[in-house]
Design a protein. Structure first.
Length: 151
């Protein structure tokens, strides 16, 4: 019923539509332009990209969403971290267990590996997502995240 697979070249147009919808939503504080979306798509599909991996979530053989993961080093945990950057599920497939399936998939993939922590970000107002993350054993950290772009 639910399957997860790596993104492929033939997924590009569908990915663009999903990412554009996700990036235009209230889930992000900024609205990235198309060049950012295409960089993410191409980076996720590139098998030689050690920093980004992308997954397609399928439900009954249909594309139901996508997930992006970024790799980094986390000094707080003394090892590799996987940031669960994007998780987007098409509206008609929500509340069918895809998010939980994805989180379990990522946990099993990285459990007992050099990856020490799975991390994610969520808007404080996104209470549905926060409840889902808590149900999937994510804990809140008392940090304020800050950024400075280099553009």
């Amino acid at each position: 019923m639910i399957q997860i697979r790596k993104m492929k070249e033939e997924d590009k147009e569908t990915l663009y539509e999903m990412m554009r919808t996700f990036y235009d939503s209230d889930a992000l504080l900024t609205t990235p332009d198309d060049s950012v979306i295409w960089n993410n798509i191409n980076g996720a599909i590139d098998e030689n990209n050690e920093y980004l991996e992308g997954y397609i979530l399928e439900y009954d053989g249909n594309t139901a969403g996508y997930g992006l993961c970024a790799h980094a080093w986390c000094t707080e945990f003394g090892g590799k971290a996987v940031w669960l950057e994007d998780l987007y599920i098409l509206e008609e497939y929500r509340s069918k267990g895809l998010g939980t399936y994805y989180f379990n998939y990522m946990y099993e993939k990285y459990h007992n590996t050099e990856v020490k922590v799975l991390r994610l970000e969520v808007e404080e107002e996104n209470t549905l997502a926060i409840r889902n993350y808590r149900r999937n054993n994510f804990e809140e950290l008392p940090y304020i995240e800050m950024v400075r772009t280099t553009d």
